[in-house]
Design a protein around this ligand. Structure first.
Ligand SMILES: NC(=O)c1ccc[n+]([C@@H]2O[C@H](COP(=O)([O-])OP(=O)(O)OC[C@H]3O[C@@H](n4cnc5c(N)ncnc54)[C@H](OP(=O)(O)O)[C@@H]3O)[C@@H](O)[C@H]2O)c1
Length: 308
């Protein structure tokens, strides 16, 4: 298969490549080499966050890849996220001012002048959510971020922004895969022209975050389902001559979502971007639509879109 890429149009003519390289659970010291490898393999979109503690390594990886491949900064779409602070976890929520400072600190770690997309990582800071959003609007006005968005926000969180008369997010990054399809939220986002970025697309795999310490709320039952040799995804993947991971990622892009596969393995990094040489047929898409189990499992504290 040949590496082809597709984009999603955000407002202001900004093009977001549909396949991004995810970097959660990649240590700072490993991020440089893995991000470099990913860009070499054809990725033009990299997803990091203040909360991942790896922005320095991600920035070094981008720098090394640009130098090696002779491509310009404008050809790479970089997303980072504001860690909002959560009072319920004893943290101080970021204010308008500390949000501005957080982006400055992220840019310094990344060694970049701007990021392409800046997201509020989760709707945790109830009392400061709107101030954080106003700070993102200001950062966009200053040209330090090209597009702005949210992550793990539900309909009510976005309605809060609407009710305040503020511009709506360009994108919402949420957990989406066949076991967590969030149909109401997806149709709300589509109606409001908010691009959808799916994370943790590979949850149904038996190999998903199996390394010690990579905790989530994925249950033992789900793990058992994943290793079943009759896994419906395995059967479908065989039919299309692809891996289960490619099948799960293709489901996301076929639904119109950007996807962010993370891997620390060179072969998987290459494989996870090869998604445009096959198509899941209507019958299989319908079968997958019946597999929804509701809430996401990627966060050990539960699906953050359930926050009030
Ligand atoms: N906004 C948010 O709240 C949020 C939350 C979670 C994730 N994210 C973003 O979304 C990205 C992706 O989500 P994720 O990291 O949770 O999970 P993911 O990309 O869905 O899955 C990663 C897991 O699958 C394994 N894997 C990767 N490719 C594979 C393949 N081809 N075959 C078999 N196994 C494979 C990886 O192991 P190896 O590394 O060993 O290959 C790892 O255990 C994150 O890195 C992050 O950028 C955002």
């Amino acid at each position: 298969m040949q590496t082809q890429q597709k984009n999603i149009d955000l407002a202001n003519n900004i093009q977001m490549p549909m396949v991004g390289f995810g970097t959660y659970l990649i240590q700072d010291e490993d991020a440089q080499s893995l991000v470099h490898q990913a860009i070499r393999a054809g990725y033009r979109h990299v997803d990091t966050a203040e909360g991942y503690g790896n922005e320095k390594g991600v920035g070094l990886g981008i720098k090394a890849a640009l130098a090696e491949l002779g491509i310009s900064r404008e050809e790479i779409f970089v997303t980072t996220k504001l860690y909002p602070g959560n009072e319920a976890w004893g943290q101080t929520p970021k204010t308008y001012e500390s949000t501005i400072e957080s982006l400055q600190a992220s840019l310094a770690r990344l060694q970049l002048n701007y990021v392409d997309l800046y997201l509020i990582h989760a709707p945790f800071a109830k009392t400061e959510r709107l101030n954080q959003w106003k700070a993102l609007i200001e950062l966009q006005r200053q040209g330090k971020v090209r597009a702005i968005g949210v992550s793990n926000f539900n309909e009510a969180h976005i309605e809060e922004i609407k009710a305040a008369g503020l511009p709506l997010p360009d994108a919402n990054q949420i957990e989406l895969h066949p076991w967590s399809q969030k149909p109401e939220l997806v149709s709300y986002l589509t109606q409001n022209d908010i691009a959808i970025i799916a994370y943790s697309s590979l949850v149904p795999l038996s190999s998903w975050r199996t390394v010690a310490g990579q905790d989530s709320a994925k249950t033992e039952q789900m793990k058992a389902d994943g290793v079943d040799s009759n896994s419906p995804f395995k059967v479908m993947a065989q039919k299309y001559g692809v891996s289960e991971a490619q099948l799960l990622l293709r489901w996301g892009v076929q639904k119109g979502y950007a996807v962010l596969p993370k891997s620390a393995n060179a072969d998987r990094i290459r494989q996870n971007i090869e998604l445009f040489g096959f198509e899941i047929d209507e019958q299989d898409m319908e079968a997958i639509a019946q597999m929804d189990r509701g809430e996401g499992v990627a966060w050990s504290s539960g699906d953050p879109t359930k926050e009030v």
